[in-house]
Write a protein that binds this ligand. Structure first.
Ligand code: IPE
Ligand code: IPE
Ligand code: MG
Length: 234
């Protein structure tokens, strides 16, 4: 099962407490640790978290710097836990605009956790789904790609620095109350079940994840077919 989460609401969490937005991001990083643990326990195979979008570069420089600093600290601080708990870390998105420090932390984390087989944790950083689809299309057109969908997906993984033959998202969760995708995994969410909660990301916990999984378990996925045909195919 592939679960993807748009971790939204850090700024509002902080504002409600009269704190700077960056305090919300720091609290959000703690929620990431909780949810990674809970996801592994729940038997989720792949968890993709939206940490920083290409459009987030448009925020004030101080907030951008704080977010990227937190991310680096998270990678350096959590790599050991991930390695010990068989969590494989993979950062997806663009790498051409990240600082050498952050790139080193990403490479360290990916290398150290490469053997993890329990949970595949993908963190989207400087990520834009439209950018990744466009880049993939450019490569597919310029090379001798066969035109098969699998080949396209393999190229998309290359563009995203992902190590997954891009599989579909089963459940997409967005915290923070907004009901939009904000350029996250547009291709992979073609048949994703969508779950929106008003809970702000820093408050999201194992219980919240359980509720989302429970809701998902009650959905009937049809993939354009009739229910009986889907049952027979699975
Ligand atoms: C999500 O929280 C974190 C990132 C986008 C990096 P926000 O910072 O978007 O929080 P709100 O939406 O302003 O509350
Ligand atoms: C989406 O949240 C990006 C991340 C959670 C990293 P935003 O807060 O940036 O999205 P919009 O601006 O509400 O669409
Ligand atoms: Mg937001």
């Amino acid at each position: 099962m592939h679960v993807a989460i748009i971790m939204d609401g850090n700024g509002r969490w902080a504002a409600r407490r009269g704190l700077p937005r960056t305090a919300g991001h720091a609290q959000g990083a703690k929620a990431v640790r909780r949810i990674v643990e809970a996801a592994a326990r729940a038997g989720i195979e792949t968890l993709t978290l939206y940490a920083f979008s290409c459009d987030n570069w448009g925020r004030p420089a101080g907030e951008v710097a704080a977010l990227l600093r937190l991310l680096r600290r998270y990678l350096l601080g959590e790599t050991r836990y991930c390695a010990e708990n068989r969590v494989r870390v993979n950062v997806i998105g663009r790498r051409d605009r990240l600082s050498p420090d952050l790139l080193r932390a990403i490479e360290f984390s990916e290398r150290t956790t490469a053997k993890g087989s329990r949970l595949h944790l993908r963190i989207a950083v400087d990520y834009s789904a439209r950018h990744s689809i466009l880049q993939t299309a450019r490569r597919a057109l310029s090379g001798d790609a066969s035109g098969e969908e699998m080949e396209f997906l393999r190229l998309m993984d290359e563009v995203n620095h992902s190590t997954l033959a891009t599989e579909g998202v089963d459940l997409l969760i967005r915290t923070g109350g907004e009901k939009r995708l904000s350029d996250f995994l547009l291709w992979e969410c073609a048949y994703a079940e969508l779950y929106f909660t008003d809970c702000l990301w820093p408050d999201f916990d194992a219980n919240g994840l359980d509720q989302a999984l429970h809701d998902y378990a009650g959905r009937q996925r049809r993939f354009g077919r009739l229910p009986d045909a889907v049952d027979a195919a699975l």
